[in-house]
Design a protein around this ligand. Structure first.
Ligand code: NI
Length: 169
């Protein structure tokens, strides 16, 4: 397994629309294993393949404190959503940046596992936020797209400033 490089905003590759996975082979399993390792190494709770520059519909999530509840969703599609919630989101492609986003409270997705086995998965609250956030990545969308232009430009200025500070440190 290896830790992959995470693309950071505004890398244009983050705007790529991912293609469905058609072949469930060893290469896919390796990608999933590498994505988990990358996400855990970065202390993230979710990661989409887009963020590691692989443009296939694969995402991984683990919101547990013990980091022992790995969830992989391949070719996931939301089939039902319900309610609304505001949740403060972050993203491994936007280090140190957080913002409130409104999303559905509950989602039901149809997906496949790394072997191609189809299943339904239901999530609520923060877990539902993670599913929606990661699915957006696969469509080339990022969480700051939901913010007002003013709020977005303030956050992006902060991101730029943090980068400059990190570069000069
Ligand atoms: Ni993200």
């Amino acid at each position: 397994m290896s830790v992959l490089t995470i693309l950071e905003f505004p890398d244009p590759r983050l705007r790529t629309r991912a293609a469905p996975v058609a072949v469930f082979d060893a290469q896919l399993k390796r990608l999933v294993a590498d994505m988990f390792e990358t996400m855990y190494a970065a202390n993230g709770v979710g990661l989409a393949a887009t963020q590691v520059d692989v443009h296939q519909r694969v995402l991984v999530i683990d919101m547990s404190d013990e980091r022992d509840q790995p969830l992989v969703l391949v070719n996931a599609e939301i089939v039902e959503k319900d309610g609304a919630q505001v949740y403060q989101e972050g993203c491994l492609s936007f280090p140190g940046i957080y913002a409130d986003v409104t999303r559905a409270l509950k989602v039901k997705v149809k997906a496949q596992d790394a072997d191609g086995q189809a299943f339904f998965y239901e999530a609520e609250g923060p877990q539902a936020v993670a599913v929606q956030h990661e699915l957006d990545h696969l469509d080339g969308k990022v969480f700051v797209d939901y913010l007002s232009p003013l709020k977005r430009s303030l956050l992006l200025k902060r991101l730029e400033k943090q980068r400059k500070q990190a570069a000069s440190a």
